[in-house]
Design a protein around this ligand. Structure first.
Ligand code: PHB
Length: 400
């Protein structure tokens, strides 16, 4: 049943059961085109300010680009937006999410970037049975112990993009590595996953360095790395913080003596601002700028035409959130209330993403390639596939 005829016909059927309206009367109401029905209200809860501001903007732009390519619709439903700036502040996250769900009455929420904020969103989404599509935050729990049928991710898990780097760095001959990150869920889980892969391969973590999110006073930690003289460094920073870290690392001359590796967020969406200091950094991520597939070419040229900027992983993740919802809504002919069927269609969606093929595991996390990239010529260029169709283990997830 389509959304647009569901209200009158259901009411009619109820009355009909009391013998007041015959089945024939249902057909007196002409069926309007689905796109003319009530719009689908999408709540964006993203960082539009702070160190992750650019990341939030690119997710928003990527999602809107996908919808524009469908004539302003998803599965035939017109789309309208409500935006909340979450400022990457976990302490405001529950209120922000409740405002979107309770006051603005959005049909679904797309958000966010920061793992700590996402955890609060997941709790509200579970309590209110609100559909949540996470277009970045990698917090393992969202598709682990906190998994639920109404929670999806079009990005990655913190484990997924970093575990494969352990073997990559060991195979490159590195044996003693220092890690450095912000002290919060994403940083700790990414560094932990890298360490899991690296120790399994036979490597040793010499020291884990960290500073509070979103601080950027890196000097003391950079000095500590120079003192420890590891074979290499593995880092997670993103957005404005990643720009500063990569510049500080190069300014101290460490890029000449201690190779810098990281999760791909270190150099994605930040590479232009980092300039020559990013040259040679190797990272793992579920995307590379020069992936040679038709979906990536189409996406990059359309994103450039719309925004004037080069697309990056954040824009891709927003774009694919649109693609996932479109797959679900198309299967139910725009009927958002057909939740069971909608969720099933989304869980089984196969998307030809700019990142390559993307499907979903039972916990709602993407199954996808993880690429080794190197910064060359101001781009994150593909070196090799570090992991083919990598599936997060979804530890602790009870939904099937
Ligand atoms: C996160 O907090 O999960 C996070 C933030 C920024 C990124 C990646 C992950 O670029």
């Amino acid at each position: 049943m389509s959304h647009s005829i569901s209200s009158p016909s259901r009411r009619s059927v109820l009355l009909g059961s009391a013998g007041l309206i015959t089945a024939g009367s249902i057909f007196r109401f002409p069926t309007p085109a689905i796109a003319q029905g009530a719009p689908l209200k999408v709540g964006f809860m993203l960082p539009y300010s702070g160190t992750f501001a650019k990341l939030g903007k690119f997710i928003d732009d990527g999602f809107r680009l996908y919808v524009e390519q469908q004539g302003g619709t998803l599965g035939g439903r017109r789309v309208e937006y409500v935006q909340v700036d979450d400022e990457s502040k976990p302490e405001s996250a529950t209120d922000n999410m409740n405002r979107l769900v309770g006051r603005d009455k959005v049909d679904l929420v797309v958000g966010t970037v920061h793992s700590g904020v996402a955890m609060a969103m997941v709790k509200v989404a579970r309590d209110t049975n609100t559909m949540l599509v996470i277009p970045n935050a990698g917090v393992n729990e969202a598709t682990g112990p906190m998994c639920a049928p109404n929670i999806f991710r079009t990005s990655f898990s913190n484990w997924q993009v970093c575990e494969p780097m352990g073997k990559v760095m060991f195979d490159a001959g590195h044996r003693k590595v220092v890690t450095i990150t912000w002290r919060y869920a994403a940083g700790q889980q990414m560094v932990g996953a890298f360490g899991e892969g690296f120790k399994k391969a036979g490597g040793e973590i010499v020291e884990d360095l960290a500073l509070p999110f979103p601080e950027v006073e890196f000097q003391a930690l950079v000095t500590r790395i120079a003192t420890l003289k590891p074979d290499a460094v593995f880092a997670f920073f993103a957005g404005g913080g990643a720009v500063k870290f990569v510049k500080d690392y190069a300014a101290a001359g460490l890029n000449k003596s201690i190779p810098l590796y990281g999760a791909g967020f270190l150099t994605d969406g930040t590479i232009e601002a980092q300039g020559a200091s990013a040259n040679g950094i190797k990272t793992t991520l579920h995307y590379a700028d020069n992936l040679d597939n038709p979906a990536n070419q189409k996406f990059l040229s359309a994103f450039k035409a719309k925004t004037g900027s080069d697309g990056d992983i954040y824009a891709v993740q927003g774009y694919d959130a649109g693609a996932l919802l479109n797959a679900g809504l198309t299967a139910v002919k725009g009927d958002w209330s057909a939740r069971t069927e909608l969720v099933k269609a989304m869980r089984t969606a196969k998307i030809e993403s700019p990142r390559g093929p993307m499907s979903f595991n039972a916990a709602g996390n993407p199954v996808q390639n993880v690429y080794l990239r190197e910064v060359r010529n101001g781009r994150n260029e593909l070196v090799s596939i570090a992991g083919q169709a990598v599936n997060d283990p979804a530890r602790g997830c009870k939904v099937s």
